[in-house]
Design a binder for this molecule. Structure first.
Ligand SMILES: [Zn+2]
Length: 320
């Protein structure tokens, strides 16, 4: 992307009326692809998600532009450990000795020792690892709290309910901020790049679970979020929440059915990726939003989505 384009596109950082700060992490130097959220507490402030280690400077700049001092960061809440959400946690833990990190218990071992996570990511990203993710550092074990469904976190007087929401990943959680009713929903509530209102399911390998995902969306509906704060990208307002979740449900089923049909017709993986890309582009065109197609492909690459669905179908076939 050229400098001129960056200069004319405002980034997504700012305070939202839901009572939280939105931080644009400028994923791959592109605005409005990857977000972190900031919540004030009586003991410094909390952030949900850190972005990858490569986004550290953008995270720091975002915290400052919200008028907060990065030294006051105390609590890091993670929806899951994928590198674009949590890869920067170890760097922050090293730099800020009073920071504590919260994550679902299934994800915790991979924060404490990221070597397996990095090995499998290297199989996917190869030479692009450093450029995309920077250096992912471990988080010391004594600085990590392991969460279960229904846990209640009270951090400096601010309370978050932990809602277990597997489907995108087996260790995914959402956080409901009791003060505002807003829910930080990570990836389980899909990818939607404004101004589009279409919500796509990020379905990467290795452990998507379609049934669990639909059940998690039902759990989010039951919570009746005052707003949904998604990682890719931004705030889904109260009046859009149910339509948005419906769009994730619908596209999840449509994408899985598409890949299944294509496989049955004997198509190869690359042809299926091209087909899914075209399907998505046609829908964006109908909305006059095809110019954000590149941002969507950054947040949830179609090749990765097809790989994740193919793996899911293979595992499901073996179980039957
Ligand atoms: Zn993810």
């Amino acid at each position: 992307m050229s400098d001129a384009k960056v200069a004319t596109v405002p980034d997504g950082t700012g305070w939202h009326s839901a009572g939280c700060g939105v931080i644009d992490l400028w994923y791959q130097d592109t605005p409005r692809v990857n977000a972190a959220y900031l919540f004030d507490t009586d003991d410094g402030f909390a952030i949900v998600e850190t972005g990858p280690a490569s986004a550290h400077a953008h995270l720091m700049a975002g915290i400052r532009s919200l008028g907060r001092d990065p030294q006051q960061l105390r609590h890091i809440l993670l929806t899951h450990i994928h590198l674009d959400h949590a890869g920067g946690a170890g760097t922050l833990a090293r730099m800020l000795p009073s920071v504590h990190v919260y994550v679902h218990h299934i994800g915790a071992p991979h924060l404490i020792d990221p070597s397996n996570l990095l090995r499998s990511a290297t199989r996917i990203y190869g030479d692009a690892m450093e450029r995309l993710w920077g250096t992912t550092e471990p988080v010391p074990e004594q600085r990590v709290s392991r969460l279960n469904d229904g846990a209640v976190l009270t951090l400096g007087g601010r309370t978050f309910d932990v809602v277990y929401t597997p489907g995108h990943a087996s260790h995914h959680v959402a956080y409901r901020d009791r003060a505002t009713g807003a829910v930080v929903a990570g990836d389980v509530a899909g990818v939607r790049i404004p101004p589009s209102r279409l919500a796509w399911p990020p379905t990467p390998p290795p452990d998507i679970d379609v049934g669990a995902w639909h059940a998690s969306i039902a759990r989010l509906r039951a919570v009746a979020p005052a707003a949904l704060l998604i990682s890719h990208f931004g705030v889904v307002e109260r009046e859009q929440v149910f339509d948005h979740l419906g769009s994730v449900d619908r596209h999840l089923d449509a994408w899985v059915a598409f890949v299944e049909q294509q496989l049955a017709a004997g198509r190869e993986r690359d042809a299926i990726v091209a087909g899914l890309t075209e399907l998505a582009r046609a829908e964006l065109l109908q909305e006059n939003c095809d110019d954000i197609g590149g941002s969507i492909a950054m947040a949830t690459p179609y090749g990765m989505s097809v790989d994740g669905i193919m793996r899911y179908l293979r595992k499901r076939g073996e179980r039957r």
